[in-house]
Structures are given as structure tokens and as C-alpha cells.
Ligand binder design. Structure first.
Ligand code: ADP
Ligand code: ZN
Ligand code: ZN
Length: 666
């Protein structure tokens, strides 16, 4: 046997797009040095946990200076060949430093170098019983036939169906086949869509081990579930974004529910999109993936219409429920009290007195978005972000929603000393208060980040809704996601206008998705639903198109606009962002970075320009936008420029990052 070479190529979590070399620890059995194991190494004065990529007999670093690795942590790789391969391809695709990408795939405890725990003894998985599947309707059957007909090879299915059309039932029946074949299923849901209700639905259906993986569980439990999945014991894994990296012994199917949801995109460090990673993983594993949504992303719709994905549609609501009726309420033409129109208040009254539940949706938390002096025009501004602070009356503070800075509520205007500053505008906290004045006898529950911060409060609130205890539900988009409340017959959208005029080119797409998701909460069971939308722009062409012709026509119009202005999915974008306490430093760095990227007719560079939010937490923010007509052009340019950009002295004074396929331009 040839001697196993002594040089270890290791990816460590540092912001550099390369691996580093170490010497193998003395006396460690060389044949145990498998790619994907964790190794503790000295790095400068620190010790880091890295991932072994390969062994080699030669190093391109100066071998005299190589240091010895401290300790091998694993016998069995934490990243098996498939996940390691996936991680390397993703690091390349997202232009992320390889160590940050690979370590970013692991549960926190493993990332910190902790040992794997012991697997708890599991109840032996008995054979599969399937409880109470429903008889599929014609649409569902056609969909299931198409999925079954494609076999168990790699295929992407886009399952488009209005909320309540029975998509989940399709997932369950498609999963049944895979589970019967002895394989595992990975289901991804949006950040806040993973409720005990969702889990219960899967557990009730299949008599097999189901585990959840999400950020609200303890790290210890998360690692346990990760290991149960790796060992093949968990047959169904349901999780949020990062669950896409769960090792599976015998994978058979991936399901992405609400595939359009932006929480699938990680917004810091390792900026991946779990949906896109899922497609790559399914391709590498050679298994099908189902993307489901009532309001698919324009990217997925475009791929489906171009024939790259199989497009499956469920047209009506399953189980006989009808679609809700939309009513636009023109705020300019009627009395409005505390942000609520006469028409909406009357409708709320009607639905409540019929014994039903009413949901009011406002995507703005806190009491009021502005605290204003009516005498001199002063308003409370965050000094670190140059942006208005939100009044949170119950907590008794002013809060910056961008940097979390807190400030006391002044009793007088700091400029002109006038007393009685005015809370202007309405957030969910104020909405709740106003509702309790209009409907003093009606139990109200508020659902937003502030009201559900403590552990268990969200679950409790949902339980109160399901038990019929709460009649009026007020909240942010947390209310909009995936829940099934059979007694909600009226949904009121308090302010539809903020989404209509957005600086982000994805604004209208988001507005349409959110509106339909919220509306989808109405009339999900036998009782028909009404959706009232308050707006000052009842004639807005996008709004009327969405409500009169539906999401498909709306999406077609948006795709045409994107095509005409050469925006994704008709071009490929990357953002290089930089921020620093000194505005000039951030701008200069991007200027030099831009000079490293040759632009021509296939690649254009915009900037450096101030970011749409030019200052945050005391730092000035700039960005450089790269736009290419081919993905390969974009990637080649980044691959050439970034390693050189890393060595720019001006980069030392700034925080910078790269975002490939950015979903938010801020
Ligand atoms: P979605 O995931 O599209 O929102 P679900 O699968 O949750 O839809 O179905 C919505 C409701 O319709 C659920 O109460 C479900 O039990 C019911 N349902 C789904 N498919 C059928 C069917 N084939 N027959 C009767 N009821 C159904
Ligand atoms: Zn004043
Ligand atoms: Zn701030």
C-alpha cells in the first residue's frame, strides 16, 4: 500500500476563498483521514474547527512553515461524500469562502467542534400504517399520476394550487409511495410555518418516526434529530431552511412547501437559497423534488413555463370549500376611524355577530411608526440609521427596527420643548388597542414578533384561535403563513398600499404573494370567505389585475416587465456590498473592486452607489451591482475578481460580502 500522504487540505471558517494546509497529527492512523471529518487546527493565535477536504503529498504553501493539526474530531465524516460535494458546489455557486459554506451546513454543536452525541434508543420502527388518506379529487389524481409516472429519478415538479386546494394532501400521498419503498422524505417549510399542527398532520398519517429541525429548538435536540436522520431512523424530516443539509441514509423525495417564501433565503454569512440548493441536491441524489405554492416565485414559474420543471396545477379548493370574494375598499371615499374604514368595521361586526372569526392583517409591528412634534416637525430618528424609530408603547420605548437601538420616549419635543408628542400611523399594537375599543366584548389575539417572543406564546395563541376562544385575530405576516383556521370568514387587509410602491423590483411580486396568502386564510372550510382590502389606490393596474384575473395573469404581466427591463429571471445578478463607519472607505473599496471586473456588452456594473438603506447601525453602506445575460459570465467574473479583491488593502477597513442571486436589494 502506498503511504497515505501527510498534508491535510482543510477548509476553515474564515472569510477567504481558499483552503489551507496542515500536517497530519503524529501517529494518527492515516487511513482514517477521510474527507468530510472535522479536525481541530491552529490558525494564527486561534484554534479552529475545520473540515478535511483531501490529503495530499505536496503543498503549494511553504512546507517548512506548515503547522501540525491538533486533533482529529471524527471517525465518521460529518459531511458524507454527497453533502461534501454539494457544499463545494454551493461555495462555488454562491462565491462563499469554502470553510464558511461547509461549516455553515452543520448543526451549531458540530460547528463548534463538539462530539456527536449518543443516539438515543429508538422505538423500533414498526411497519408503515397509513391512516385516513383522502380520496384524491380529479386534479389531485392527475398530479399524483404525473409524479408517479416520472418514476423515482430526478425531476422538478412545480405544484401550483390556491391555498386550500389540497397540495399538502398531494405531498402526503406522493410521500406514501416513497416511504413504502423504505426511503426517507425531507420536507422544507418556511420559517414560521412549522407549527405543531403541521407536524401532527404528518405524524397522524404515517406510523413512522417523524423529526423536526428548526431554529426554535435547543441545539442539543437539533443535533439528536440530525443524527436520527443520518442513521436512517427518522423516515420523515420536516424542517426550515437549514434542514436542507440534513444527512439522509436513504433519501427518496424532497418537498418544498411555499417555495416562494423568502425565509428560504439565508441573508447573512453563507447566503444560499434553500429551494435552489434542494434542486441541486435532488439532482445529485437522483431523486424527485416537489415545489409547492399558491403563488410560485417568478423564477420557478419561468422555469416551469420554459419546460425545465413539470408544471402541475390544482385549480379549485379541495373538499368543496369555495374561493373567497375580494372587495376593494376605497379609503378616499368614506369615513375612516383609527385607520379602519366604515365599510370594514361594518363587515367585521356582521361576521362576529354570526359567530365567526375575523382576521385583520397589518404588516407593521409596534404601536406607531412615527413619533412626531406637531409644533416644529421633529420626529424620533435613529441616530445610527437616519431612519424613523417605531413607538412601542407597551414596552415604553422607541425602537429602531433596523439596528434594534432602543431609546426612551421623550415627554417633550427635544427641539422646541412642546409637550404632547403625537404617535402617527398605526402598527399592530395600536390596531389591537383600537379594535378593543370598537369591539369591547370580543376576545382579541395579536400575533407578531413582539407578542410571541417568549417561548410557547405563539403555540398558546394558535391554540386559543383553534379553540374558538379568540374571535378577532390581528397580526403581521406571521398570521399569513399556512395555518388552517376553519372559522375565519373575513380577512381584512388594513393597508395594501405599502406594497404597491416599493423601491425593490421584487416589491410587486411580494405584494401579490402576501395578499393572496393572507386572503387564503378566509373561508377554508364549509363557510365562504370575504377578503376586504383597504387602499387609497383602488385603480392600481397591478392590484386590479391580481384580483380580477388571478395570480397567473398577474405573474405573466410581471414576467413581461422583467423581460423588458432585463431583470431576473431574464438576467443574472450579484451584489457586492460594503459598509464602514467611514462612507468614503466603503465607497473606495467597491471602486477598486469594480476595477477588477472587466465589463463589456455581456456584463454590466452599476456603482458603487449608496445602498437603498444608506446607513445602518452607524455604518455607511454602498453596493456594486453586477448584471449579466449569462450565468457563466457572471460567475467567471466573480471567480476572477473576488480572490484579488480579498487582498485589497482598502478591504481591511470595511465589512464586505457578496450576494449571488440577491433576493433583497437593501
Ligand atoms: P393546501 O396544502 O393546498 O392548502 P390542504 O391539503 O391543506 O391544502 O387541503 C385543504 C383542506 O382540504 C384540508 O382540510 C384537507 O383535509 C381537505 N382536502 C384535501 N384534499 C381533499 C380531498 N381529496 N377530499 C376531501 N378533502 C380534501
Ligand atoms: Zn417640536
Ligand atoms: Zn437604527
Amino acid at each position: 500500500m502506498p503511504p497515505v500522504p501527510d498534508i491535510l487540505q482543510i477548509a476553515v471558517p474564515v472569510p477567504l476563498r481558499r483552503h489551507f494546509d496542515w500536517l497530519a497529527p503524529a501517529e494518527y492512523p492515516r487511513e482514517n483521514l477521510l474527507p468530510g471529518i472535522r479536525i481541530q487546527v491552529p490558525f494564527g493565535k486561534r484554534e479552529l474547527t475545520g473540515i478535511l477536504l483531501n490529503t495530499a503529498s505536496r503543498s503549494d504553501q511553504e512546507t517548512g512553515k506548515l503547522r501540525q493539526a491538533i486533533r482529529v474530531i471524527d471517525e465518521v465524516p460529518v459531511l458524507g461524500p454527497m453533502l461534501l460535494g454539494l457544499g463545494l458546489r454551493m461555495a462555488d455557486y454562491y462565491q462563499t469562502p469554502v470553510g464558511e459554506a461547509l461549516l455553515g451546513m452543520l448543526p451549531a454543536l458540530l460547528r463548534q467542534g463538539k462530539p456527536r452525541g449518543d443516539l438515543l434508543p429508538q422505538t423500533s420502527s414498526s411497519s408503515l400504517h397509513v391512516e385516513s388518506s383522502l380520496v384524491p379529487n380529479a386534479d389531485q389524481q392527475a398530479t399524483l399520476d404525473a409524479i408517479a409516472g416520472a418514476g423515482d429519478a430526478f425531476n422538478v415538479f412545480l405544484l401550483e394550487g390556491v391555498t386550500g386546494s389540497g397540495k399538502t394532501e398531494v405531498y402526503l400521498q406522493a410521500m406514501e409511495k416513497v416511504l413504502l419503498a423504505g426511503k426517507q422524505v425531507l420536507v422544507l417549510v418556511p420559517e414560521i410555518g412549522l407549527t405543531p399542527q403541521t407536524l401532527a398532520r404528518f405524524r397522524e398519517r404515517f406510523s413512522l418516526p417523524v423529526v423536526a429541525l428548526h431554529s426554535r429548538m435547543s441545539e442539543k435536540k437539533r443535533l439528536q434529530h440530525w443524527q436520527i436522520a443520518e442513521a436512517g431512523i427518522a423516515r420523515i424530516v420536516i424542517g426550515t431552511r437549514s434542514a436542507i443539509f440534513t444527512p439522509l441514509l436513504n433519501p427518496g423525495l424532497i418537498v418544498i412547501d411555499e417555495e416562494h417564501d423568502t425565509s428560504f433565503r439565508q441573508q447573512d454569512h453563507f447566503r444560499y437559497h434553500a429551494r435552489d440548493v434542494a434542486i441541486l441536491r435532488a439532482q445529485m441524489e437522483g431523486i424527485p423534488v416537489i415545489l409547492g405554492s399558491a403563488t410560485p416565485s417568478l423564477e420557478s414559474l419561468h422555469n416551469a413555463r420554459a419546460g425545465r420543471y413539470r408544471h402541475l396545477c390544482l385549480s379549485g379548493r379541495a373538499g368543496g370549500a369555495s374561493l373567497p370574494v375580494f372587495q376593494l375598499t376605497d379609503m378616499r371615499s368614506q369615513p375612516v376611524q383609527s385607520g379602519l374604514s366604515e365599510a370594514l368595521l361594518a363587515e367585521v361586526r356582521t361576521h362576529l355577530s354570526a359567530g365567526n372569526q375575523v382576521m385583520l392583517f397589518l404588516n407593521r409591528r409596534g404601536f406607531a411608526p412615527t413619533l412626531l412634534c406637531q409644533e416644529c416637525g421633529w420626529s424620533a430618528i435613529c441616530s445610527r440609521c437616519d431612519i424613523r424609530m417605531t413607538l412601542h408603547l407597551r414596552e415604553g420605548i422607541l425602537l429602531c427596527h433596523h439596528c434594534d437601538r432602543r431609546a426612551k420616549i421623550p415627554s417633550r419635543c427635544p427641539e422646541c420643548r412642546t409637550e404632547g408628542l403625537q404617535a402617527t400611523g398605526q402598527g399592530t399594537e395600536r390596531l389591537e388597542e383600537n379594535l378593543s375599543e370598537f369591539f369591547p366584548q370580543t376576545p382579541i389575539v395579536r400575533i407578531d414578533r413582539d407578542a410571541t417572543r417568549r417561548k410557547g406564546t405563539l403555540e398558546k395563541a394558535f391554540a386559543r384561535i383553534h379553540a374558538g376562544e379568540a374571535k378577532l385575530l390581528a397580526g403581521t405576516q406571521m398570521l399569513a403563513k399556512g395555518h388552517h383556521f376553519p372559522d375565519v370568514t373575513l380577512v381584512g387587509i388594513v393597508d395594501a398600499d405599502s406594497g404597491l410602491f416599493s423601491a425593490d423590483f421584487r416589491g410587486p411580486e411580494r405584494m401579490g404573494q402576501l395578499l393572496l396568502q393572507v386572503a387564503g386564510r378566509a373561508g377554508r372550510a364549509e363557510k365562504p370567505g370575504v377578503v376586504m382590502i383597504q387602499t387609497h389606490h383602488p385603480d392600481h393596474p397591478l392590484l386590479t389585475l391580481l384580483l380580477q384575473e388571478g395570480y397567473s395573469a398577474f405573474a405573466t404581466a410581471l414576467l413581461l416587465e422583467r423581460k423588458q427591463s432585463l431583470l431576473p429571471p431574464f438576467s443574472y445578478l450579484a451584489l457586492i456590498r460594503a459598509e464602514a463607519a467611514n462612507a468614503q472607505a466603503a465607497k473606495c473599496f467597491l471602486q477598486e473592486m469594480g476595477e477588477l471586473i472587466p465589463s463589456d456588452s455581456t456584463l454590466s456594473i452599476l456603482g458603487p452607489v449608496p445602498a437603498p438603506m444608506p446607513k445602518r447601525a452607524g455604518r455607511f453602506r454602498f453596493q456594486l451591482l453586477l448584471q449579466a445575460n449569462l450565468r457563466s459570465v457572471l460567475h467567471q467574473a466573480l471567480k476572477k475578481a473576488l480572490p484579488r479583491g480579498e487582498t485589497l488593502p482598502s478591504g481591511k477597513k470595511v465589512r464586505w460580502s457578496v450576494d449571488v442571486d440577491p433576493v433583497e436589494m437593501v
